[in-house]
Design a protein around this ligand. Structure first.
Ligand code: BTN
Length: 255
């Protein structure tokens, strides 16, 4: 598996020049009983973002979905999304782009302390995870990172960037995808790997230590992000004390 793609990870690769959505395809494969497959496309015509949002995926991207059947309880599934964010960040850094992670799983460039915007930077990649299972066991898990690789940022939504724009030259997408998948497999393929995900995520996060506002289904939480806990909740120090936020849109505020 994966030999033709030159991959040192336990996935077979299914490549498409154009497809509606790699997540959709991986879900179909899950329905057929398959596992350990990475679906990769150059272009998507019906891609899906988080919270049912549209995701623009023209030719030149690394649109990718990994189907696995990990032997973990459903409550640990968010760890796999964090692992994909770590893997994407590492692949970007290997390509020479200084990426970091905004909670929960946006991969950004710039916007750090030295820059005036201070609001989190330009979005390079996002991740959509879908799964099915019972509380005690995941049946299948599809983790789908979408990376703006060799794309003119003028064709992307405002605030987005691409690897080629940051590097000033196109990147080797095959190598990028291989690094991402190898790193993802390393982190998710064993209990020891799973234990390394939260520390690796903390190290690469630009959210921890920042003032944030998180818009959740139950209103906004504002304060200082102090940690990531459990399978992926953001711990925010607010005026009323510490709160754990499990899901929502996070904005980095000016310090
Ligand atoms: C986000 O909203 O930030 C997440 C975007 C995830 C997009 C990727 S592209 C590969 C995979 N296939 C999809 O249809 N969506 C994800």
């Amino acid at each position: 598996p994966g030999i033709a793609f030159g991959l040192d990870a336990p996935y077979s690769v299914e490549y498409h020049d154009r497809i509606a959505s790699t997540n959709e395809r991986a879900r179909d494969l899950a329905g057929q009983g398959a596992t350990d497959i990475a679906v990769i496309a150059d272009e998507q015509t019906g891609s899906r973002g988080r919270l049912d949002r549209e995701w623009v995926a023209p030719s030149g991207g690394v649109w990718l979905s990994v189907l696995t059947r990990p032997d973990v309880p459903t409550a640990r599934a968010p760890l796999f999304t964090l692992a994909a964010a770590v893997a994407t960040t590492d692949a970007a850094r290997e390509a020479g782009v200084g990426a970091h992670i905004k909670w929960p799983n946006d991969v950004l460039v710039g916007g750090g302390d030295g820059e005036s915007a201070g609001r989190g930077g330009r979005k390079l990649a996002g991740i959509l995870t879908e799964m099915e299972g019972e509380a005690d066991r995941v049946d299948w898990l599809v983790v789908g990172p979408g990376v703006n690789a060799n794309i003119d940022p003028d064709t992307l939504p405002e605030g987005a960037t691409s690897l080629s724009a940051e590097c000033g030259t196109p990147v080797d997408r095959r190598r990028f995808a291989a690094t991402l998948l190898e790193r993802f497999a390393e982190l998710t393929g064993s209990p020891e790997g799973l234990d390394r995900i939260l520390p690796a995520w903390r190290e690469r996060s630009s959210t921890i230590g920042r003032r944030v506002r998180v818009d959740t289904a139950n209103g906004s939480v504002e304060g200082t992000a102090v940690d990531i806990a459990g399978p992926g909740a953001l711990v925010v120090e607010t005026r009323e004390g510490r709160q754990r936020v499990h899901a929502g849109d996070c904005e980095h505020l000016r310090d």
